[in-house]
Design a protein around this ligand. Structure first.
Ligand SMILES: *Cc1c(COP(=O)(O)O)cnc(C)c1O
Length: 390
């Protein structure tokens, strides 16, 4: 049976060139980068090179990039440390209703400590309203965190404009750019953000390694205390092979960015057009204009997305209902809810995310399967276009 992977927003495979760079650092080049003898120095040099590669992906200086264990750690660090650091100035944080749980659950933990959090609404396209952001800022606002690209429906936020509002008021600005990395251009100088989170496994690097950009001059306190690694900003013996892999993945992502974006959006648009041509009552969730090039979040009206997902899985096709983290719960997606998508429609929504190894044949096969499965499920469904939702 054909195997089709359309869940690149959940994770990506490690590219062969990335793995090749990593392997020697598990075995012959195993030294601790803090050691003074040769294999230690060799490991240290490898980290320096990787830091430069990740920095280049986002237009940063290499000293502004700190390696962490994952995107979630970067998000937790940015919010928790910034909140505690700026507590004397105020207790108000602004974020959005559509953030990843690494941000939302950290905000909830901070609320338990007494911080107040404003969760901005989004339009049906999935974007924040800058006027609403402006109105939400008070004299007690200490931090604004807005994701650059949404993981469920791909909306790209006006980060430059939002960060400028924060800067004008002397407020720290963080962006979760985990989905943006390697999928849209990122230039921290243009954006003028203070902090930015990245993760390797969303850009064809290994899982369990992330990074945080911290603008020069922003004295964000450490989150993990211990040794003097990572310029004294993040303790723990460096995960050298994974850092090397992240660096290589970032280099490839940077060199191939425009080609990657062009190819993904072409395949994605083809897929959506085919699905809508062959299957009635399918809507795209979110707007098409400011969107991750590989994201197609589709609402199949009058059926349960879970059933569709399972039947696609029987046919060798891997997709998800939205965020990998909420796919085990039956709660309707907080992201699609914030867009104003009705609950019944959310239950029929699936995220197809296209990546570098996706081919047109994969998509044609997926469309064929969808046509058959959707027809079967709709025949069994108690609701339909004629009957309407009950
Ligand atoms: C995947 C993801 C994260 C978490 O990154 P991990 O490295 O898996 O911890 C955070 N934010 C967004 C938007 C993501 O897509």
């Amino acid at each position: 049976m054909r195997k089709v992977y359309l869940d690149y927003s959940a994770t990506t495979p490690v590219k062969q060139e990335v793995l090749n760079e990593m392997i020697p650092y598990f075995t012959e080049k195993f030294g601790n980068p803090s050691s003074l003898y040769e294999i230690g120095a060799e490991a240290k040099e490898a980290i320096t090179k990787a830091r430069e590669q990740v920095a280049q992906l986002i237009g940063a200086k290499s000293q502004e990039v700190i390696f962490t264990s994952c995107g979630s750690e970067s998000d937790n660090w940015a919010l928790t440390s910034a909140a505690h650091w700026k507590k004397a100035k105020g207790n108000h944080i602004i974020t959005t209703k559509i953030e990843h749980h690494a941000i939302l659950h950290t905000c909830q933990a901070l609320e338990k400590e007494g911080f107040e959090v404003t969760y901005l609404n989004v339009t049906p396209e999935g974007r924040i309203d800058l006027k609403e952001l402006k109105d939400a800022i008070t004299d007690r606002t200490i931090l604004i965190s807005i994701m650059m690209v949404n993981n469920e429906m791909g909306a790209i936020q006006p980060i430059k404009e939002a960060a400028a509002m924060a800067k004008e008021r002397g407020i720290l600005f963080h962006t979760d750019a985990v989905q943006a990395g390697g999928n849209v251009p990122i230039d921290v100088e243009e954006l003028q953000v203070d902090m930015l989170s990245l993760s390797a496994h969303k850009i064809y690097g290994p899982k369990g390694i992330g990074a945080m950009y911290i603008r020069k001059g922003v004295a964000l306190p450490p989150f993990l205390h211990g040794g003097a690694q990572e310029m004294k900003r993040r303790a723990g013996t460096e995960n050298v092979p994974y850092i090397v892999g992240f660096g290589k993945a970032a280099e490839i992502a940077r060199l191939q960015l425009s080609e990657h974006m062009e190819r993904l959006s072409r395949l994605r648009d083809y897929f959506i057009a085919q699905v809508q041509e062959r299957i009635p009552y399918v809507d795209v969730n979110g707007g098409m204009e400011h969107r991750h090039p590989g994201n197609a979040n589709l609402a199949f009206n009058f059926i349960e997305g879970e059933s569709l997902l399972l039947l696609l899985d029987y046919n060798g096709i891997s997709i998800s209902t939205g965020s990998a983290c909420s796919s085990k719960s039956l709660e309707p997606s907080h992201v699609l809810s914030a867009l104003g998508v009705p609950v019944e429609k959310i239950h029929g929504s699936l995220r197809f995310s296209i990546g570098d190894f996706t081919t047109k044949e994969d998509l044609d096969y997926t469309v064929e399967c969808l046509v058959k499965i959707v027809e079967k499920l709709r025949a069994l469904s108690p609701v339909s276009a004629e009957k309407g939702w009950n």
